[in-house]
Design a protein around this ligand. Structure first.
Ligand code: SF4
Ligand code: SF4
Length: 167
């Protein structure tokens, strides 16, 4: 899938080529196993499918929820209609980025802060209490984290929005 800047029609074409989006009957099965559906705001795959089908271009362009997807593919396995919701989410992200080069996904700010999109390695007190060894992660290795941040800062999307990355 290689989306260039374009209208909602280009998004439709990309998505309709990957799955059977027109067969989505809004059953919500895709939400039942989705870890991001409990986020704030929640990622509601079913609603995204509706927005694409109805051609709600502005709403889709401004929707941050596709960036909360953690790529587990559960929705893909569970969907009874072979909509391929995960592929749809990737297409929406790509289309959003192609239309707004300054778009900074919230996950990049998290990655910059911690080296991860998720809170990995934060339960250090609990691990101590349970007698577990310290978890070696980039978050508790300042040298590696700094190196990683310097690499990220060289990417266009981060350097163009450096005010968001206070370190
Ligand atoms: S994408 Fe699939 S699982 Fe989700 S609402 Fe549509 S048909 Fe149901
Ligand atoms: S791939 Fe993304 S949208 Fe699908 S279940 Fe996993 S987190 Fe949710």
């Amino acid at each position: 899938m290689d989306l260039q800047q374009g209208s909602i029609k280009d998004l439709w074409k990309a998505i309709y080529n990957t799955g059977d989006l027109h067969h989505c009957f809004n059953c919500s099965t895709c939400l039942s196993g989705c870890p991001a559906s409990h986020g704030d705001p929640p990622l509601l795959v079913r609603n995204l499918a509706r927005k694409v089908i109805l051609g709600l271009e502005e709403e889709l362009l401004n929707d941050d929820t596709p960036w909360a997807c953690v790529s587990c593919s559960k929705c893909e396995e569970m969907c009874p209609m072979d909509v391929k919701p995960f592929e749809m989410i990737l297409a929406i992200r790509q289309w959003q980025s192609a239309n707004d080069e300054t778009r900074v996904p919230p996950s990049i700010v998290e990655i910059y802060k911690r080296g991860y999109t998720q809170a990995v390695g934060v339960n250090t007190d609990l691990r101590d209490k349970l007698g577990l060894p310290e978890l070696k992660t980039i978050t508790n290795n300042p040298e590696q984290l700094q190196f990683f941040r310097e690499m990220l800062m060289k990417t266009p999307v981060v350097s163009a929005n450096d005010y968001m990355f206070g370190g």
